[in-house]
Design a protein around this ligand. Sequence first.
Ligand SMILES: [Zn+2]
Length: 200
Amino acid sequence: MCLWRGKSGYKPKFTTKETWLNLRPTSMQQVWTRGVWFPMATPRFAFIVWLAMQNRLSTMDRISVWDRGVDTTCVLCKLEAESRDHLFFKCVYSAQLWKSLVKGMLGNTYSEDWGLIVQKVSNGGCDKKLLFCLRYAFHAAVYGIWRERNKVRHGESVLPVETIIKLTDKKVRNKLSLVKMKRKKGMEDILSYWFQTRSS
Ligand SMILES: [Zn+2]
């Protein structure tokens, strides 16, 4: 006799639902989605982050799998091969943006390692203001770097890093002004919190 092993032991019947749940790494997925879809996120930023979380952006390391002759060099630093983990934020160009945005906020726990950053933005448990600023800065930085990379790949010249820092900071500030206007508990002084961490 054939039996199907499910979470609750052996069963004579096969269920699609149980099989799907067994195959899918549910807990892992739930953890990082918290860093992607959160209240007041900007959908077009969140979408790019969602693709990046699954390593589904068309970075050159992935393109080179089916297009062997392609130049995989990162167009932002022109030093190393392009991959998700390089762009976010090991690349010397993107690292300057990331550092400028969050180093003051994170201090000793600051990192340019994708895995560690994802852990940080996905886990709650820290200060509400810090978590929102960190998540939003992460979204704005990933979106900004990806957009810049695409522009340069299509023939435009790379923006000076000071300019991309200014533009990204402006996006974060605009969002924080909106959050402030909503008068959510514990978020009233979020904008001045951002200014403080940026200048420290
Ligand atoms: Zn690079």
